[in-house]
Design a protein around this ligand. Structure first.
Ligand code: ATP
Length: 332
């Protein structure tokens, strides 16, 4: 069912503000509730983008998406960073997805807090719903906490994660049993390679500045994307066009490293999500395990109604519960 934002966000109606008693000495704006934000978290490959697009295109058409993947904020390396292509975005506005030039150095959690915060204000001022979606928990943390200290590393150090948030948040956590996720990630790397990841990386290195200072500056940011360091080593030894007999073995080694690093990334992301939950963030877990099992055995689009089964299970286990959670959140 498609809903209108006006019917779901009663607190934004001006009458709510004027119900503050005149005699109150507190400013009326004090009573204004925080902006509502939907936040989708989950490990890489868990289907967060799919869920955000389904919510925005099928159920809450007044939504706009804000990317919180720290590699996908940069422009470039679309395949390597697994950015959703424009033609698959279903006309839903996407913010901070490929908007930042990697030449300007690293886009930090503080930068994300400031830019995404401005975008959220703009979206809510137009009576639309911001949906933050992406796998970088350091970005999500920086954006949402009431008081952010860029000097504290809350995930790797001893610092506590604050449960005090500057928005009213509805958290959707797409989770998958790790064994199923690992099988999916290994296949996803193969699919990315088939889609032209190596050619994309070859071009990326080819365009690299020979200027050493610039090179070291751009080592931050996009150069940390999984795939870049692994293939940097490979291309240094075996530039495109080289037919050395050891090239195939080195290629396999680079691919294995990408697969390992992707699985490690997923593990670290899941640990961070558990830390957010333990800190009191109200993450609502959606179990996508069965949907991904179906996807791995019968495919999303392919034969013998495999695509229909995947859609059914995804709808039953992930999308429909999410719609219910978000609807309730917007009506509170
Ligand atoms: P960390 O503190 O480890 O950087 P984080 O929460 O800030 O964690 P993550 O999204 O977990 O950020 O990313 C950590 C690392 O994983 C990145 O620096 C990069 O190497 C890799 N990575 C993350 N997202 C992508 C992506 N879309 N494509 C390629 N590599 C990625």
């Amino acid at each position: 069912m498609r809903l209108s934002l006006f019917s779901l966000l009663p607190h934004r109606h001006p009458n709510i503000i004027t119900t503050t008693p005149r005699s109150s000495r507190m400013d009326a704006s004090f009573h204004r509730r925080k902006d509502k934000v939907v936040v989708i978290v989950g490990a890489t490959g868990s289907g967060k983008s799919r869920l955000s697009l389904d919510l925005a295109s099928l159920s809450f058409p007044f939504s706009e998406l804000i990317n919180s993947d720290k590699m996908q904020v940069y422009n470039g390396l679309e395949i390597t960073t697994n950015k959703i292509p424009i033609h698959e975005r279903k006309g839903v506005p996407h913010h901070l997805l490929g908007d930042v030039s990697p030449a300007h150095g690293e886009f930090s959690p503080s930068d994300f807090r400031r830019r995404a915060g401005e975008i959220i204000s703009d979206i809510t001022s137009r009576n639309k719903l911001p949906i933050v979606v992406g796998g970088s928990n350091s970005f999500v943390h920086a954006l949402l906490v009431e008081r952010f200290d860029p000097g504290l590393n809350v995930f790797d150090g001893d610092a506590e994660i604050s449960p005090e948030l500057r928005y009213e948040c509805c958290f959707l956590w797409v989770d998958i049993s790790f064994n199923v996720l690992r099988d999916y990630l290994l296949k996803r790397v193969d699919d990315m390679l088939d889609s032209g990841m190596v050619e994309e990386l070859a071009e990326f290195f080819d365009r690299d500045s020979p200027d050493l200072e610039l090179e070291s500056a751009s080592r931050t940011g996009l150069r940390k994307a999984i795939g870049v360091p692994e293939f940097d080593r490979f291309f240094k030894l075996y530039p495109p066009g080289c037919h050395d007999s050891l090239r195939a073995g080195a290629y396999e080694k680079a691919v294995r490293a990408i697969k390992d690093n992707t699985c490690q990334l997923a593990k670290r992301q899941i640990q961070k999500i558990h830390r957010l939950k333990a800190a009191g963030w109200d993450l609502r877990r959606l179990d996508a395990t069965e949907a991904f099992r179906v996807l791995m055995t019968s495919g999303r689009d392919g034969g013998a109604n495999g695509g229909d089964r995947w859609s059914d299970v995804w709808g039953r286990d992930v999308l429909e519960p999410s719609v219910k959670i978000v609807r309730r959140f917007l009506m509170e």
